[in-house]
Unconditional design. Structure first.
Lengths: 781, 339
């Protein structure tokens, strides 16, 4: 009986299968896909998900395509893959065909300059946005992997004197530098016009060997994740500056613990980074000791310096993060510019620069966030120098400065629908400073021969400064139509420690981005930029005891950028910058390398109230993943001061400048070469005054900056090699700065001779740095 | 040798190759090592058998009493219920055709057509065809050229071919483990919390255990198999026991017919766990950062089998995957302290 039931049952089952199979096989194919809307501001993930629901096999991770990845321009394509690829491209993402799926991944190669993604500030580094401001260069080629920063890795591949990350800025078009200083002139600006912001805090003069060209910065290249640079046109929250801006963020610890110990010609360094408590507590400690005092000939001095940076990050919740930062740099630098006991000239600088700040980052909601920084900075500097050359100069200087700055700053950001993104903020700074300057000089012989010059100077100045600085700003980023984004901003600043009747500054700014095509962007930036005199910039060494009104620059920048393909891109920018309300600048016409410059006879005041800079920058870049990258830049530029009715080139004016660099990685080898060249900088010479007494000839300067030095060129090379060791990895590098030992003139040396009964002026060029080899070793574990 | 993959399609084929290479038979140990391993296992097995014999002898008398007691209980108590029938559904098939109760069904249509299988249903996979069934909370997979018949309760009969059973497949970790009894002509295969496979090829039975423990209870064979072991038993009485890795090549087909999971709302870490469960690999995170990145949601890869999914993850995330000696090492490529 059972057997019979089973057979019957099996027969029913068989018919059931036949029927089901017929129904399934007769099922119609999937209907045609419905169009998907992709308005500006809609999260790209929503668009993808809508296609997925229609059966299009997209795959992605919310790590790369999070809700902040939104449609920045209405796509032209309607076919799913083409549409999504178009939406992803501005974000450095691309579609890949993997196992029959359309998978969203990072684009495999980065353009020479960044895709239009960046943060409005390092306050929110994870926030990719369309860069509306023109002129934001992100130097290195791995930008798709780290879109907001210059890669630490690439910085370390570049030949940079002293392994100084700020010197990476000198690889940019629009930069003018001699190679001696870690500071740069960006688009004709003075060095003091460039701000440096580390982890949200504007640093107070963070340089070593400050009396000698600010030779190195106090930033450890190993401790930073990258560098990004505005050569102009920065948003209102970065106010109180009219030149450039360098933004630096330190690395985020990526593992439980990472340690580096390095030894090079320039530094001995130690770095430790890590995370504990499940990643909620992070630390970063970087300590360096300068080695120049060990390697330099004692006759040239003893430049001893150290710096320590420490950061502790605390993730209190997914929405709340605190980070405590401290940077302490100390200098004990003895610079000897003349070691002959009969002509001895030396200067000693003891500086302690301590900066401490706390950042509080808070996401109040999905649309509202804030970033608060509380800071304390103290700069204590003592400079003592003397020159004892009875034939030319007897001088002494005792310059002591104690500067304290307390700051509180808060930035807010609010998204209002899809079209508006509002940001506002305010800052308060209290500054107090004590200056005590004593300087005396007597000139003899040739130094006393300049016409109209008094034979001696005596300065004894004490100055105490106490006051506040305030700033308030608001900006709105507006999406206009499908292809245009604008940002309008307004900033107000005021200082109470200046001696100006009008200490209020209002800075309106406008930036526009117009997408001309899927790979082509046009940017326009127009704005007014004020820069107040920093408290530590009192020109007391030149006898100036007052603070001047804020200087002003009105800038217009137009930029065009095209990514030809995934590897090759070009960029062109033109800028006009009119500067006004300038305060008197002091320079040494003949020798900018002097260690007591204010006591030298070639010290001149440049009473320019106005200046203008203009230029065109072209760059072409190629990046093939991490194997080969190269870039080629050319800049045509001009910068002039208006002195009286005359326009006089600034001392760093360079009409033509170009650079070619290549980075090559092959296995364990990293090789790089950078060739830089520019027109010779303006030159001022000395002449015997017409009609002067041959027995006591008088000297005069030729027309200031009327001539030019010979063109400047330098080839810098670097080779690095990595090898695994039983514990960690060992890296070796060898570097040549100015590898061809080219003599690039910097200065004019002069002397009067009288061998024939007639005064004879002996005048010759001196030179920037010669060939400088360096080597180092780094152990990472 | 380590294989590290960066995100990007050009690297994916190599990754798959690397994984598949690892699915190849491991290098054989030396003869001496094999001998030592076998002796150790044999000694353990012998002790178990001897212990069982002693126990039988000692409890022989008591058994008779127990039987009498049981008979009495049965007399006064109703018989216990038989094992409740498990719900069996065909969830995925690949290849050419399945034969369900003698009717050939294209593999692509079979899951939708089959519905729920009941006792008496017969299922056969043609050469080149595989099938996956939900067996209660467990997962049952059939290799090609396999024939089974549902015998009611949680029992099936394996007539030919190979099957794989996972009592607690990924996504069912919190549920009651699935139970299965596999009847073969060599005996019954029962298990305790396990991933195992049984293959009946010709006159030979092979049973491999990836996790848990399995016992074969037959007329001439009564043997326990622990995780990491496999036994071969031939009709002529030949018996062999070997060690087998959780990611041995013999398991590869089971991942290829793994049910495609719905990862909606699931994270990359979940996908990796699933891949690990299906392939026998273990997952190790190289850093907290990598673990943190793996918490992102992975969308759209529900159409992929484990190995293609593993190949896809580096493309869609900032993770690199290094597969070596059965371990998937997960590292972060995002900026930070770079190696």
């Amino acid at each position: 009986m059972d057997r019979g039931r089973r057979q019957v049952g099996a027969g029913r089952v068989a018919w059931r299968w036949v029927l089901r199979c017929a129904l399934v096989l007769a099922a119609s194919p999937a209907p045609a896909a419905e169009p998907v809307d992709a308005p500006v501001g809609r999260p790209v993930s929503e668009v993808i998900d809508e296609w997925r629901r229609q059966g299009v096999p997209f795959a992605y991770s919310t790590e790369l395509v999070d809700e902040r990845v939104v449609v920045v321009a209405v796509p032209r394509a309607t076919e799913p893959a083409a549409m999504v690829a178009e939406l992803l491209e501005p974000w450095g993402l691309a579609l890949y065909d993997v196992e029959g799926l359309l998978v969203v991944g990072r684009a495999s190669a980065a353009p020479v300059s960044p895709p239009p993604v960046s943060g409005l500030g390092d306050a929110e580094p994870a926030l990719p946005e369309v860069t509306v401001s023109a002129s934001r260069y992100e130097i290195l080629r791995e930008l798709l992997e780290a879109p907001s920063f210059i890669s630490q890795r690439t910085i370390q591949q570049l030949p940079l004197l002293g392994e100084d990350p700020l010197r990476a800025v000198q690889r940019l078009p629009g930069n003018a530098s001699s190679g001696a200083s870690a500071k740069s002139h960006l688009r004709g600006s003075a060095e003091r016009d460039t701000g440096l912001i580390l982890n949200g805090q504007r640093l107070l003069d963070p340089f070593h060997v400050r009396d000698y060209q600010n030779l190195f910065s106090a930033i450890d290249a190993r401790a930073i994740a990258g560098v990004e640079v505005y050569t102009g046109g920065f948003p209102v929250q970065y106010g109180d500056g009219m030149g450039g801006l360098v933004l630096i963020d330190t690395i985020t610890p990526d593992g439980d613990r990472h340690t580096e110990i390095g030894l090079s010609v320039y530094n001995t360094s130690f770095l430790s980074a890590g995370r504990v408590a499940g990643g909620d507590l992070e630390w970063l400690l970087s300590a360096r000791r300068g080695n120049l005092d060990l390697v330099l000939d004692g006759e040239l001095g003893e430049p001893s310096y150290n710096d320590v940076f420490a950061e502790i990050g605390i993730n209190l919740s997914p929405e709340t993060r605190l980070s405590v930062n401290a940077l302490v740099a100390t200098d004990n630098v003895v610079a000897v510019t003349e070691s002959d006991p009969e002509e001895r000239e030396a200067s000693t600088n003891d500086t302690r620069n301590a900066q401490f700040w706390v950042n509080w980052s808070q996401e109040w909601s999905a649309t509202l966030s804030s970033y608060t920084t509380l800071s304390l900075s103290a700069l204590n500097s003592t400079r003592v120098g003397s020159a004892d050359d009875p034939e030319e100069i007897i001088a002494s200087v005792d310059d002591r400065r104690d500067i304290n700055v307390f700051g509180l700053r808060q930035d807010w950001r609010l998204a209002l629908g899809d079209a508006h993104r509002l940001s506002w903020g305010a800052l308060y700074r209290h500054v107090d400073a004590d200056f005590r300057y004593r300087g005396a000089v007597d000139w003899f012989g040739t130094f006393a021969s300049f016409r109209g010059q008094e034979g001696s100077i005596r300065r004894a100045i004490d100055r105490r400064v106490d006051g506040d600085a305030l700033g308030v700003w608001v900006a709105d980023r507006i999406t206009i139509g499908e292809r245009t984004i604008a940002e309008v901003g307004l900033r107000w600043d005021k200082q109470t420690y200046t001696d100006a009747a009008d200490s209020n500054q209002v800075s309106p700014r406008l930036s526009l981005l117009r997408r001309l095509g899927p790979r082509t962007d046009l940017r326009l930036s127009v704005g007014r930029y004020y820069q107040s005199q920093a408290v530590h910039d009192l020109q007391i060494e030149d006898g100036v005891t007052r603070y001047f009104p804020a200087e002003r620059a009105d800038q217009v920048i137009v930029g065009l950028q095209q990514r030809i393909d995934e590897r090759l891109s070009w960029r062109a920018e033109a800028y006009w910058k009119d500067m006004s309300r300038l305060r008197t600048r002091y320079e040494n016409s003949l020798d900018p390398l002097a260690v007591m410059p204010e006591l030298k006879p070639d010290r001149v005041a440049i009473p320019a109230r106005d200046a203008r800079a203009r230029g065109i920058e072209l760059s072409l870049g190629y990046d093939r993943d991490r194997s080969v990258s190269w870039w080629l830049t050319y800049t045509l530029a001009e910068v002039e001061d208006r002195v009286g009715d005359d326009w006089v080139p600034r001392s760093w004016d360079q009409r033509h400048a170009g650079q070619f660099g290549v980075l090559w990685q092959a296995g364990r080898w990293d090789l790089s070469a950078v060739l830089s060249a520019h027109s010779g900088w303006p030159k001022t010479s000395v002449a015997i005054a017409t009609g002067s007494d041959p027995d006591e000839p008088e000297l005069v300067f030729t027309e200031r900056n009327a001539g030019n030095f010979a063109p400047f060129a330098t080839l810098d090379l670097r080779a690095g090699y990595r090898m695994p060791v039983p514990r960690g990895e060992l890296s070796l590098f060898f570097e040549l700065s100015n590898a061809t030992n080219r003599r690039n003139p910097c200065c004019v040396d002069f002397g009067l001779e009288d061998e024939t009964g007639q005064p004879l002026l002996d005048q010759r060029d001196e030179y920037w740095f010669p060939l400088l080899p360096a080597a180092g070793i780094l152990w990472e574990f | 040798m380590n294989e590290t993959r960066e995100p990007g399609p050009e690297a994916d084929d190599a990754l798959l190759e690397a994984i598949l290479r690892r699915a190849e038979p491991r290098p054989q140990p030396s003869e001496a090592a094999r001998e030592r391993a076998f002796e150790a296992l044999h000694a353990t097995w012998s002790r178990r058998v001897a212990h069982r014999r002693r126990r039988r002898a000692v409890t022989g008398v008591a058994a008779a009493a127990l039987v009498a007691s049981a008979a009495a209980l049965l007399w006064i108590e109703p018989p216990p219920p038989t094992a409740a029938p498990v719900v069996v559904t065909l969830v995925r098939s690949s290849g050419g055709a399945l034969e369900v109760n003698g009717v050939s069904v294209p593999a692509s249509a079979a899951p939708e057509a089959a519905g729920t299988l009941v006792a008496g249903d017969r299922l056969a996979t043609a050469p080149g065809t595989r099938a996956a069934l939900a067996w209660g909370n467990g997962s049952l997979r059939l290799d090609e050229a396999t024939r089974i018949e549902l015998r009611g309760g949680n029992t099936l009969q394996l007539s030919a071919g190979a099957l794989y059973f996972d009592s607690t497949p990924w996504g069912h970790a919190g549920a009651e483990a699935g139970r299965i009894v596999v009847e073969t002509r060599f005996g019954r295969i029962v298990h305790a919390g396990t991933q195992f496979q049984a293959a009946l090829r010709g006159d030979q039975l092979r049973v491999s255990v990836r996790e848990g423990e399995v016992r074969i209870e037959g007329d001439r064979l009564d043997v326990g198999i622990a995780a990491g072991e496999a036994i071969w038993y031939a009709a002529d009485g030949r018996f062999e026991r070997r060690m087998v890795a959780a990611y041995d090549a013999g398991w590869a087909w089971t991942a290829e017919i793994a049910p495609l999971e719905d990862f909606t709302g699931r994270t990359t870490a979940d996908v990796l766990d699933w891949v690990a469960r299906e392939t026998g690999f273990a997952v190790r995170y190289g850093s907290d950062r990598a673990r943190q990145l793996a918490d992102s949601e992975a969308r759209g890869i529900e159409a992929l089998e484990p190995l293609p999914a593993l190949r896809t993850l580096p493309v869609m995330t900032s993770l690199t995957l290094t597969v070596d000696d059965g371990i998937i090492r997960v590292d972060s490529t995002s900026p930070g302290v770079e190696p």
